[in-house]
Design a protein around this ligand. Sequence first.
Ligand code: PLP
Length: 404
Amino acid sequence: MRPIYLDNNATTRTDPAVVAAMLPYFSDQFGNASSSHAFGSEVAGAVKQARKSLQALLGAAFDQEIVFTSGGTESDNAAILSALDTQDGRDEIVTTSVEHPAILSLLEHLEKDRGIRVHFVGVDSRGQLDIEAYRRALGPRTAIASVMWANNETGTLFPVEPLAELAHSIGALFHTDAVQAVGKIAINLKTTEIDMLSLSGHKLHGPKGIGALYVRKGVKFSPFIRGGPQERRRRGGTENVPAIVGLGKAAELAMGHIEEELPRVEALRDCLEQGIRDHVGHCIVIGDTENRLPNTASIAFEHLEGEAILHHLNRAGIAASLGSACASGSMEPSHVLRAMNVPAAALRGAIRFSLSRENTVEEIDRLLQALPEIIVKLRGLSPAWQQRQGAPLADPPCPTELAL
Ligand code: PLP
């Protein structure tokens, strides 16, 4: 049976139309976009077209506001480090406690090794930002506030537009890590005060290793990667033309799908959640269910280990993930769920199902057939669950069941 892929916040399948658009740029169209002869100018035209496709997807005012990078991580690093270089007399950063490691580990490094003061604003039990604490954290020394648009684990959407206005009211820049939001919700940067935005190709059916940083016209920028004059001197290095063309195509496709496909994906996600609620008791839907990405369902199963659930789902041909792809492999509960104060009984049993436009009703039906059986079986082996039921403890679980 065809495997079911429900881990689209980790990465998406590269759309076949994206692959087709990229292929000529590995062969006949091999020129360097900076060359002045025909080989170069043809390729430069394709890069320009990709920039325009991203401009359209983001609702940016100018295509020159798009700087191609190697992905979300580089874009995040470039935005923060640029602000520290360009915002004279300002050396503090405001962010949230639930950012992706692409932001968090950079900020931890800046704190530890460069003495930069970072304010980590907390979230409530829905994963929603404490706006008052954010307001209090901003001050005359804030160089930049960086708040993700959508959380990768729970899908919770942050109100980045008013947060950008608050940052501007005290003279700070505002950056958003929109890696999970771009292509999943409509974005119109022209109507916002956002200064910089990060995105990544492989989250929207584009290739891996390519992304972009939007830098609003007029915002001072100091390059993270210095070298040649590429990208208007904002990112040195010969352009990765096939990947840029692929990202442009992915943006074009995403534009076409936002209105039609995403409501369908959202309906599928809601059906998955309802089915789990109906057939499996004692689980919690994590995140702000009123303000969420349409494709993400984060569900914590009480008294179970997420790793064990994933393992059994995998054996049934279904790919999902623990809270975060980056936390997979570690037995620590994710920093996001801890920041949300998810009850201890559910903390280790969180599974993220993240859908895409490629998922079907039949796939969700198959998941809903397989999952309840898995949960019942694992709960039968869980001493914590049996204690909760008031039942005498069963024999210790068979080691092969738990050996993952
Ligand atoms: N930011 C968020 C919110 C993400 O989910 C990810 C990837 O999971 C990244 C940044 C990193 O992006 P990339 O893999 O393109 O470096």
